[in-house]
Design a protein. Structure first.
Lengths: 565, 187
């Protein structure tokens, strides 16, 4: 069968099980778009900005565990992908980006819409390719998907010159195993290390599990629960680990780190053993490394060997797939109970409950925390939520306990504002039967709100919550705490979000009082297709607790108790 | 705990001979804030494999991190911190020195007898001396030649190999057929 390069790319996508792509056409990728009419099995979603395409592919990947695909043309199309690629890289999300490139004959001549996208994306991709001949194309496509999804997942970019898309050749799909001698992701842990870890776990009196994104990615939720239950070890979650262990399980403590639960951070500082599973000791998780978990021995399991001993020196480092490693550990781990330790943690939790704003009368003021809390109640904790970055994101983490992995989709590592809406669109395409909520602040929402048009064009049944405090809230919080309340460039002039949504043909409502929240949420849920709710919340609200950047994990700024205010 | 000691480490890597590999390695070192002292790259006896030798100032712990990070690059096949074990290392320098009087020529000849160096080109005004030796000996030679008057110099950077039967090699052959008539990429 003689096919063009463009057709070969689509044939390969079919064989990878791709049924949807998010993209934006342009000159250098036009042969690929032209060939799409021969492959109606693969749906193409037209975005409004290539960054959105990348976030949609990312949201799709995080919601399904499958590889998401984004397509863009050369030059500005390709550079617009960059933020999305870096977002996927930091959070180990498997996406493949396909970009058109100017024809080979003019590469290097500063041709119209030429940019060295493989050079630009080199440090923010797991791997990338510039396809120099049609004979490589099928191999490259296959390797790209394999690299994106295997080991520690990540973004892979394939740059295909326009004339390669138009070249013709006999198409033979390369069957057989992929040979990449320089790429051997670890699977199981070394037996000696497993034994050493088991011994530490069995000896520990105050152990705590730190569960990260790896749990969801490797499908280790069941194994994690078995481990926690067998030895009665409490489980703290990273932001991206949320849902990795059901958050209504009595052993699940909640989120750790800068805006983590105080009880969780105290537990980490007092623990005599950290069992870190599929997490990477990010600075938002550890605070000051010199005072981090000073009493604890440390076990670190991660699929990426370069993560072990990167930020925190550990006693036992195990490079391996976290599910496989937990299953290796389980037989040796003895049943245990740790009643004193669990009681200590419970006392800290009670103190937290007392301080919690959600348990207080706020005198008619509408707080972002209440919006998230009510949204959680109404959706039964079962929705897929895709957030932006900032206060609403941290409040989501605090007030929306997730029951299943891969249901919180958020930019943790890069902290990309504007991620929420497009990620929600991608997630909904991946999981059409799930209720999907995009939750964004007024700032981040305006970065990618053009994708409202994408949702409207597709008639996509997503709900959008814009939590509007008229500020770049988290930056304002830092200004209040660390810059004597000099609110430089954080107050926002905002459009009328309701009329804005309506301009896209999207039904919308505005909420200003607590008692209107439930009605509006149910209104959005009742709409077939996109719906938007604007929640006008308290302007100068804070997210507590807070560990100042680089501060000691136990030295949190906390909300005062009611009698101390 | 004592401060970890930073010293010169030699890292050898076998990489696929593909376009951009040097860029990937250099980018990694820059991104992770590792300081390269020297980096050399050249082909091996296997047509698809090149070998890089990178010297860095690093603690032993950092050297391990460099190794782990290099392994994350898809095109990097094998990595070894050669300087952790007995090894042979060489650096080569070509030094153009003033030789416009009998005194300078005599000094140069004398130095070439004391060091593993030789004069490879000589004219009425300047001479080129070549020295191949361990890096510190090359440096000592440069210091000794300096008073005569160095006018130009180039060094290759360190190459190294483990002693004995420790072998850094691969039997890898690429899966992708090389397109006929296309240019073999050199860095």
């Amino acid at each position: 069968m003689i096919l063009t390069g463009a057709e070969i790319m689509l044939e390969c996508l079919l064989r990878e099980g791709v049924d949807i792509m998010f993209g934006y056409p342009g000159g250098a990728i036009l042969p690929f778009y032209d060939a799409m009419s021969k492959y109606p099995q693969i749906k193409h979603v037209l975005v409004r900005h290539e960054q959105g395409a990348c976030h949609m592919a990312d949201g799709y990947a995080r919601a399904t565990g499958k590889v998401g695909v984004a397509v863009a043309t050369s030059g500005p199309g390709a550079t617009n992908l960059v933020t999305g690629i870096a977002t996927a890289m930091m959070d180990s999300s498997p996406i493949v980006c396909i970009t058109g490139q100017v024809p080979r004959s003019v590469i290097g001549s500063d041709a119209f819409q030429e940019t060295d996208v493989t050079g630009i994306t080199l440090p923010i991709t797991k791997h990338n390719y510039l396809v120099s001949d049609i004979s490589e194309l099928a191999y490259v496509m296959r390797e790209a998907f394999y690299i994106a999804r295997s080991g520690r997942p990540g973004p892979v970019l394939i740059d295909v010159p326009k004339d390669v898309q138009n070249q013709k050749t006999e198409f033979v799909y390369p069957e057989g195993p992929i040979r990449l001698p320089g790429y051997v992701p670890p699977s199981s842990g070394v037996e000696n290390d497993i034994q050493a870890a088991v011994e530490l776990i069995n000896q520990a009196e105050r152990p705590i599990i730190l569960a990260g994104a790896g749990i969801g990615k490797s499908g280790a939720s069941e194994a994690l629960r078995a481990l926690a239950e067998k030895a009665q070890i409490p489980v703290a979650l990273t932001l991206l680990g949320k849902g990795g262990m059901s958050e209504n399980h009595p052993l699940t403590l909640g989120m750790m780190g800068m805006h983590g639960e105080a009880a969780v951070n105290y537990a980490i500082q007092e623990a005599d053993l950290l069992i870190a599973l599929g997490m990477r000791f990010d600075d938002r998780v550890t605070g000051n490394l010199k005072t981090y978990a000073p009493k604890a021995k440390k076990i670190h399991v991660d699929i990426d060997p370069s993560e072990i001993n990167k930020n925190v020196r550990v006693n036992v480092g195990i490079a391996g797939d976290v599910k496989t490693v937990i299953e290796q550990l389980l037989p040796g781990v003895k049943e245990n109970s740790h009643p004193a330790w669990l009681n200590t943690i419970r006392d800290w939790q009670e103190d937290s409950d007392e301080r919690d704003i959600i348990n207080r009368d706020t005198g008619g003021r509408l707080l972002a925390a209440q919006v998230i809390h009510d949204l959680w109640q109404i959706t039964g904790g079962n929705a897929i939520t895709a957030t932006d970055v900032g206060q609403h994101q941290m409040l989501e983490a605090q007030y929306y306990p997730h029951l299943r992995p891969q249901t919180l989709i958020t930019s943790g590592g890069l902290g990309t504002m504007g991620f929420g809406l497009p990620a929600a669109i991608g997630a909904k395409f991946g999981r059409p039967n799930e209720e999907v909520w995009a939750i964004a602040g007024d700032g981040g929402f305006q970065m990618t709100m053009c994708e409202l048009a994408t949702a409207a064009q597709e008639g996509l049944d997503i709900n959008i919550a814009v939590v509007n405090n008229g500020f770049l809230g988290m930056v304002r919080q830092w200004q209040e705490l660390f810059h004597e309340s000099r609110y430089n460039s954080t107050p926002m002039f905002n459009p009328d979000f309701v009329r804005l949504a309506e301009a896209f043909g999207i039904p919308a409502r505005r909420v200003t009082k607590r008692e209107e929240v439930a009605d509006a949420v149910n209104f959005a849920r009742s709409i077939q297709g996109p719906a938007l709710i604007e929640f006008v919340v308290e302007k100068e609200d804070m997210v507590y607790p807070m560990v100042p950047a680089g501060g000691d994990l136990h030295a949190m700024i906390r909300r005062p108790k009611p009698n101390e205010e | 705990m004592a401060e970890p000691v930073s010293k010169n480490h030699i890292v050898s890597a076998l990489v696929e001979n593909k376009p951009g590999v040097l860029n990937r390695v250099a980018s990694l070192f820059r991104r992770r804030n590792f300081n390269i002292n020297s980096l050399t790259v050249g082909r091996t006896h296997r047509p698809h494999i090149s070998r890089m030798t990178i010297t860095v100032d690093a603690t032993r712990q950092d050297a391990r991190r460099i190794q782990a990070n290099l392994y994350k690059l898809i095109n990097v096949i094998r990595v070894e911190v050669v300087s952790n074990e007995p090894h042979v290392s060489r650096d080569l320098a070509l030094i153009k020195v003033r030789s416009d009087d009998a005194d300078s020529r005599n000094q140069l000849t004398e130095l070439c007898e004391r060091f593993p160096a030789r004069i490879v080109d000589i004219g009425p005004k300047v001479a080129i001396v070549e020295i191949t030796a361990q890096e510190d000996l090359v440096q000592a030679f440069i210091n000794a030649v300096e008073p005569i008057g160095i006018v130009e110099m180039v060094r290759t950077g360190v190459v190294a190999m483990g002693r004995g039967v420790r072998i850094l090699d691969t039997d890898y052959e690429p899966a992708v057929p090389q397109p006929s008539g296309s240019i073999q990429h050199v860095y």
